[in-house]
Design a protein around this ligand. Structure first.
Ligand code: RP5
Length: 175
């Protein structure tokens, strides 16, 4: 599976299997919302090891700025990609399997010193945060993305304020 999203991809969203796609669509949804060009592909550290190495090795020359890599079970995709590039690699551990993702979380997060993988949460929260983290990296050189991220944080704050308003109203009714 390889699906071109828009323009030269600043972000690659890679996953070990198309069974990861329902979750990883959340990354693409966020990236598209911020108008960040991305591309997606299934790529496996154990099923297509040569292709994984070649893609990571050539990513900088292709204009890619950040790689997001999702994998489940004994998840080594993010680490293998990170071994072949100096681009930032964000790992998204997938839920599922006998240990429901704990194995993927530990495999992704516990990289030995020297080859970092920025690991986010399991599942859809991780997919969303991987995209936001990639956007934060791109925003270092992009004022439009910076202002969108500021607006995003203001929106989160507004929702907390709304929740507190509802709590205060409930408290008043309970008096
Ligand atoms: C990993 O194994 C994939 O990333 C996926 O999360 C998991 C299961 O893959 P499938 O058996 O569904 O292809 O490589």
């Amino acid at each position: 599976m390889k699906k071109k999203i828009a323009g030269s991809p600043a972000v690659l969203v890679l996953m070990g299997s198309d069974s990861d796609w329902p979750v990883m669509q959340e990354s693409v949804r966020v990236l598209k919302d911020y108008n960040v060009a991305c591309d997606v592909a299934v790529l496996s550290a154990h099923r297509t090891p040569e292709r994984a190495a070649a893609l990571a090795s050539g990513a900088i020359a292709s204009g890619v700025k950040v790689i997001i890599a999702a994998a489940g079970s004994s998840a080594h995709l993010a680490g293998v990609l990170a071994a072949h590039t100096t681009l930032p690699v964000i790992g998204v551990p997938m839920k599922g399997g006998a240990l429901d993702g704990l194995d993927a979380l530990l495999s992704t997060v516990q990289m030995p010193a020297g080859i970092p993988v920025a690991t986010v949460a399991l599942g859809k929260a991780g997919a969303v945060n991987a995209a936001l983290l990639a956007i934060q990296v791109l925003a270092l050189n992009d004022a439009r993305l910076r202002s969108r991220l500021v607006a995003h944080k203001q929106e989160l704050k507004r929702k907390v304020d709304e929740a507190n308003g509802r709590l205060r109203a409930d408290l008043e009714r309970m008096k």
